[in-house]
Design a protein around this ligand. Sequence first.
Ligand code: ZN
Ligand code: ZN
Length: 228
Amino acid sequence: MTCEGLSSIPYFDGLKFRGCPLCRMINDLERKTIKDILYELTLEYSVRIKFINSQGLCPYHAWLLLDIAKETGEKLGASMIYESVLKAYVDKIDKVIEGDETKCFICENVRGFEKYYIEIFSNCINQRGLQDYEKSEGIFCVKHFNSLINSPNFKLRKEFLKIQKDKLNSLHKKLKSYIDKHDYRNEDPITEDEESAIDLTIEALKGYKTSLSFNTIIPEKRRKFSLK
Ligand SMILES: [Zn+2]
Ligand SMILES: [Zn+2]
């Protein structure tokens, strides 16, 4: 795969964000998928079945769907989807409960795209070097930094480590400065960069708000309950 044309879009788009380029692309994908469902696919039978099979997605994506529905005035669409899920659940409550959050189709989709994006970033960095990343405001999170540097074909490990360390040190400096400026003897105003340093620090350590950061534990398969 070469780093040009369509296959390079996620690379250049990812590097436009502040924060982890890979997490941000995944967050974007999750939001777009949910918007498509709410705007166009609410009544689609195959989509309803996927919702019913997962008992309404994993908790992360279910809440994200509702947040997006409320933000965009699509609460009716969300209600129609979850009406089917609730009905299917109630109808089968005394039988085997088939809903299984591990079947969340958005999670499955996201895991596939994460692999694909890592491959694109690894290829593009191999071909273009690290200057795009160095110049960008992005900082790969711990998890994605490790995925990239451990990619089998990744060539620029030493340089990548150095740039990552520089970026983290510069972030640390801003966070420290934010703290120091709370001293009453310090009269310098807090800059925008310092103000956002805590957000970017958590993002660098834990990843951005995506199912990849929150759904780390695969829930136990639901069992049939007994009334005895
Ligand atoms: Zn990340
Ligand atoms: Zn999910």
